[in-house]
Structure formats: structure tokens, C-alpha cells
Design a protein around this ligand. Sequence first.
Ligand SMILES: [Ca+2]
Length: 273
Amino acid sequence: MFDPKTFVPVGCKECRSGHNLDIDFSMAFQPIVDISSNSIYGYEALVRGLNDEGAASILSQLNDGNRYKFDQAIRVKAIDLAKKLDLQGMLSINFLPNAVYKPETCIRATLEAANELGFPLNRLQFEVTEGEEVKDHHLKNIFIEYKKHQFLTAIDDFGAGYAGLNLLAELEPDVLKLDMALTRNINADRVRRSLVFATLAACRELSIKVIAEGIETREECLTLADEGVTLFQGYYFAKPEFEALPEVPQEIWQQSGEIWAQVASRRAADRRN
Ligand SMILES: [Ca+2]
């Protein structure tokens, strides 16, 4: 039987030569919602302890001896759980850029696990944030390799920390995730609104999909939808749930449907004028 904890891909020296993975972990899932069709675009897999402890309690155990294996293990675990939970749509996985030794070999465990479990490669999305120093063009090479395998590539936490315009220019991702540092109270914040609107215009020009993260209120959702954002993630829709695929409450679907209808009718009126 497939066991994500002991699964070892063939031919990956960096992983084989490391110590055995001594970290027990699992995952929670949070939905990413598409309000233009009132459907689930996919779920982000988030690292948790075995008793739903936060990601920090797990990530603090990483060191140079276990980093590679852990990065492989979270992908395999996410795909395994997604399959067991019958996840439809995209599975979005965070990865640690410094845990990828060589993009073409480190991808193997992911490919093997996805093939073994029958999870389509074009439903995998990888999110990367530049929270740590990454060597020149290392991320770019990873993104190029991943695109070859039909994975979607995403810049995570855009607008927070190091994940800024230079990363967008360098990586040309399929997807950009706007951090809550930019989306929080955007309806009432003139400066954030203008920064986000300029970013959205650039993404439209470059055919990059945008996911707005950290959405907690209807007003934040409405302001961004009005500027063309259709994909959202945040407590307004659903909190992450441990080893489960949380559903969006019916009244929220209704509200988001109304938001989209309002935006669409305003657009139609603009076109007539
Ligand atoms: Ca993320």
C-alpha cells in the first residue's frame, strides 16, 4: 500500500543520503473560491502537527539534514490526502525554495507520487515565497522546470516581505497570490487600493491569474471583485480544517454570487455608456 511517510523516490541522491525524516506532520486544507462561477477553484494544503498544531511548530524542526526530505514529504502527503479526501480542482502546495537542490531531480518524488496515486499533474499548483535568501536564478530555474511538467506556478505572499515586483518580473508565474498585508481593509485604504489596482493591471497584461488572500469581509471581496479579481481565499469563505476539505457556508455563496452579479451589471452598464 502507498505510504507517504516511507515513500522514497528512485534516483534522488540528496534525499536518499539524508537522515530519515524524524518529523511527524499532517496537513490542513483551505479552499480557494472562484466567485465568477461560485465554485471551488481548489484547496491550499497547509502544514500542521499531528494534533493540528500550527505550521511554525513543524517548520522550526527543520535543519540542513532534513530539509530536502521534508519538502518532498509534504508534497507526497498533500497529494495522498487530497486523493483520499477526493479533492476536486487544484491542489496548491507550498514549497521551500532552498530545499530544492536541483529542480529536475527534486521534482521526481512529486511526479512519482502523483502518478502512483493517479492525481493529474495539471491540477497541481506550487506556491513559493521569497522568505529566505535564494541564490540567483535558482527560483527561475525551478519555475521553468515545473512549467514543463504542466504544474501551475504561483508567487505567494505578494506584497509582504521579499515577494515583490522584482520576483514577479523574474519568475513570470502563472498565478500571483496577493498577501493579506495588501488586501486587509482594502475597501477603506486608498494607498493599498492604488497599489493593488496597479498590480492587477500588470497581471491582466501578462495573463497572470490573481488570488486574493486573507479575505475576511464582504467589503474586501467586493472592492477586489470590482477590479476584476475572481479568485479568493480567507476566513470570509472558510478557515483551514485539519485533514478535511472545509465547505463554504451557503449564505456566503449567496453573498459572493450577489457580489459577482453586481460587478457584472456595473460592467455591462459601463459598456453601454
Ligand atoms: Ca501559501
